[in-house]
Every structure is written in structure tokens, then in C-alpha cells.
Design a binder for this molecule. Structure first.
Ligand code: RNT
Ligand code: ZN
Length: 420
């Protein structure tokens, strides 16, 4: 480790200690947090069902940056490169359209764990956990914008069977890797324009979910999660799976809710929802993302929003109950860098939260001394968190500061550029 990094850390440690904060403890806690990296940033949510990749169903990546992964091997290689730049041991979040079965098309209602064995081997070799997602989009049977709430019984059944198959695949991952896989259901179903019947599709969705979750699977292997949304491209006026729908469903059926940071009104943030829903739910999945105007999927930056989310996780002691996943897809920049930037920012936000002078803040609040609370919160914003973070990266053997960028550029020139 460079001497300057150690020196800066020692000074920072003293400064935090003066406020009652133990930096070693904070780093030790940070190191036990696993972020679930979303495979779909690596190829613009294309998947490997067809050579061209697919899009549609309200999922839209924009940009033409060269070098996206075209095969599962390439995607794994890119993920390895990203993981080398991120301190700690993390997870992989896989979508069902990333089945690794070159040359043999298996319909989505027929997917089996065996089709993902290369992914499993890869995860096992790295000692990382996996999460999973059925893919209810980018498919001819989803072309009219409806899946699990479809009025056609045959189509609805197809998607229910897909949901059942994916849940088993997720459970097989959880069992094999010794860590439960979160299996997250998100569907694009909805109407562009004002519907005449809001209830019918919701009743069908409820029925479909009941069918998907009917099979009893061990919670030590799979955790079911449901993700709502406010609106999507093509579902501006009505979304069947709204937040309220899924929150009610999760409470009634002991499921996890997925809160996606880009799925609410523009001035509404998910931070305040965490302690609200966890008074009654067992757990939560987060899709950490960044909304910009109508788009909900920009690369995660170290914003106040992100910091508030991390603060809530730490303050509420929720780190065991909340599964942190990333969810964004930007095709206008280096996709490996996009993973690295978002993951490092998530970790930085968590570190900032772990370094908060929590005891002092809470004492001030309990005494009704809101002046001290505000003053301390504001002063702690300029504490030397960067020195602690750099020290952490150096100690974990990953690049310090923007050093990782040179590595990624080299990877781009050597590996990505050759993909044409
Ligand atoms: C879409 C949801 C969903 C997807 C992924 C690919 O609005 O956020 O989570 O982004 O499943
Ligand atoms: Zn999401």
C-alpha cells in the first residue's frame, strides 16, 4: 500500500474517533455487504435467446457504445473484469433470457436449472451468490404488453409456467451456492391510454402469482420478490402491477417487495419507504437505480438519494433483511465501467452511512436538540470519508481512486474493441 494512503487513513481515523465513530468497525461491516450486480447492464438487456438480442416490453436501453457482450462467455469475462475493480465479495443477478445453451432454443415455459449450469459453475468457482429473474418481456407472447394479467388463458398460462420454472431455477442456485437466491417478478403489463377496466387485469395477476407461488420451496433456497412500477414506455396510463398492488400482495403472502429507485413519482424517493414496509415485511429487495425525467435506469451516482437509502439501511439495522441489487442499463458508455461506477457508488454511500456519528445524532434528537442534529449532519458531510475508502480499496487489493479507469480502458482496447 502506498504510504500516503496509510497516513491519510490514520488521520481520518482520529478525526472520526473524536466523534465516537470507529472506522475499523465501519470497514469490517462494509466488507460483509454483498451487492447483486445485474447481468443485464453488460448487453443492454438483450439476453442470448437470439443472436440479435431482444428488446421491448417497456425495457429500452439507449446508446451505441461498442463492445457489448455477445455471448455468456463474454458477459462472464466482463463481469470478472468489473468484480476486480470493486472491493468485497458480491453477487450476480441473472435474468432468465441469459440461459447458456448455444444453438438450442428452449421456450421460456420449459427452462430448467441445467441450462444455467455454466453460470452456476462460474459463481461457485468465485464463491459468490446468485439471484434470479423471470423475464416477462421481449417475447412474441408479450408483444401486446400483457403477460401474467393477459385475458387470453393460454398466454397467461405460458407466463405462469415461466414463473414456476424460474422459481425452481432460483431455488437450485440457492441450494447449490448455500445462499438464498432472490427471485424477482416484474411484468410490463399495462395500458398506454386510460383503461375501462382497472380491476380485471389485477385480479388475473393475483391469480397468476398465486399459481406461480403455489409450490412450497425452501426459503433458505429462494426468496420471492415482487416489483411494482408507476409507469413505463407504453404503459403510461395504467400499470397492472402497481406499488400498492404488490405491497398488499406481499403483506398477505409473506413475500419480499422490490423497491426500484426509478419507479415512483419524480419527487418521491424510496429511502423513506424502507422503514415503513419493514415494520411489517420480512425483507426487501432494492433495485438501486437513478431516474432522470421519464427514464428510470441511469447509472447510479453518489447522490443525496443514494445516500439516504444507505443511511436508512444502516440506521434501521436492516443490512441483513434488505437485498441490495442494482438495476440500470446505459448503452452509451463502457458497460463494464457502468457496473464499476454504480457498485463503487453504492459501497461509498454505505460507507458514508456507516461512518455517521450515529450515537451523537440520536442523542441530540432524543433531547429535542434539533440544532445539534442538523449541525452535526452537515459538518459530517466534509469528514475525510475518501481517505477511509481509499484505504479500504488498497487493503482489499482493488484500484484506488480513478486508477480503475486505466484498467478498464486497457480492457476495452484489448477485449471489447475486438468484438466489432
Ligand atoms: C423494469 C424493472 C425491472 C427491469 C429488469 C431488467 O422497469 O425495473 O427490474 O429493469 O428486470
Ligand atoms: Zn427494477
Amino acid at each position: 500500500m502506498k504510504q500516503a494512503i496509510g497516513k491519510a487513513y490514520e488521520l481520518a481515523r482520529e478525526q472520526y474517533a473524536a466523534l465516537g465513530v470507529d472506522t475499523e468497525k465501519a470497514l469490517e461491516r462494509l466488507d460483509r455487504i454483498a451487492i447483486s450486480l445485474h447481468c443485464w447492464q453488460g448487453d443492454d438487456v438483450g439476453g442470448f435467446e437470439t443472436a440479435e438480442g431482444l428488446s421491448g416490453g417497456g425495457i429500452q436501453a439507449t446508446g451505441q457504445y461498442p463492445g457489448k457482450a455477445r455471448t455468456a462467455d463474454e458477459l462472464r469475462m466482463d463481469l470478472d473484469e468489473a468484480f476486480r475493480m470493486i472491493p468485497g465479495r458480491h453477487r450476480l443477478n441473472l435474468h432468465s433470457i441469459y440461459a447458456d445453451n448455444p444453438g438450442r432454443k428452449v421456450e421460456r415455459d420449459r427452462l430448467t436449472p441445467g441450462l444455467f449450469s455454466a453460470w452456476l459453475d462460474w459463481a461457485r468457482a468465485r464463491g459468490i451468490g446468485m439471484d434470479f429473474n423471470p423475464s416477462f418481456f421481449s417475447h412474441p407472447k408479450a408483444s401486446d404488453g400483457f403477460t401474467l394479467s393477459h385475458r387470453d388463458q393460454g398466454i397467461r398460462k405460458f407466463w405462469v409456467d415461466h414463473g414456476i420454472a424460474c422459481r425452481r431455477i432460483a431455488a437450485s442456485f440457492g441450494k447449490a451456492l448455500g445462499s438464498p437466491a432472490v427471485n424477482n417478478v416484474w411484468i410490463p403489463d399495462g395500458y398506454k391510454d386510460v383503461p375501462a377496466d382497472r380491476l380485471g387485469p389485477r385480479l388475473r395477476l393475483k391469480e397468476s402469482l398465486d399459481e406461480i407461488f403455489a409450490e412450497r420451496l425452501d426459503r433458505a433456497h429462494v426468496l420471492d420478490s415482487v416489483e411494482g412500477k408507476l409507469f413505463g414506455i407504453g404503459s403510461e396510463s395504467y400499470v397492472v402491477g402497481s406499488h400498492e398492488f404488490y405491497l398488499a400482495y406481499a403483506v398477505a403472502n409473506r413475500k419480499l417487495v422490490c423497491l426500484d429507485a426509478g419507479h415512483y413519482h419524480p419527487t418521491e424517493t424510496i429511502a423513506d419507504k424502507i422503514s415503513s414496509v419493514l415494520t411489517q415485511l420480512d425483507g426487501l429487495l432494492l433495485h438501486v437505480s437513478r431516474g432522470v425525467r421519464w427514464d428510470s435506469d441511469h447509472v447510479v451516482v453518489l447522490s443525496d438519494d443514494l445516500r439516504s437509502i444507505a443511511e436508512e439501511l444502516v440506521r434501521g439495522n436492516y443490512l441483513e433483511r434488505v437485498h441490495i441489487g442494482l438495476d440500470y442499463f446505459d448503452a452509451s458508455l463502457n458497460r463494464v465501467a457502468a457496473w464499476v461506477i454504480g457498485s463503487r457508488n453504492m459501497l461509498k454511500a454505505l460507507l458514508l452511512a456507516l461512518l455517521e456519528p450515529a450515537a451523537r445524532l440520536q442523542a441530540a434528537e432524543a433531547e429535542g436538540d434539533f440544532t445539534t442534529r442538523l449541525a452535526l449532519l452537515e459538518e459530517s458531510k466534509s469528514l475525510p470519508m475518501g481517505a477511509v475508502w481509499d484505504y479500504h480499496c488498497a487493503r482489499k487489493g482493488v484500484p484506488v481512486g480513478a486508477e480503475w479507469l486505466a484498467d478498464i480502458k486497457q480492457y476495452e482496447n484489448k477485449v471489447l474493441a475486438a468484438r466489432g
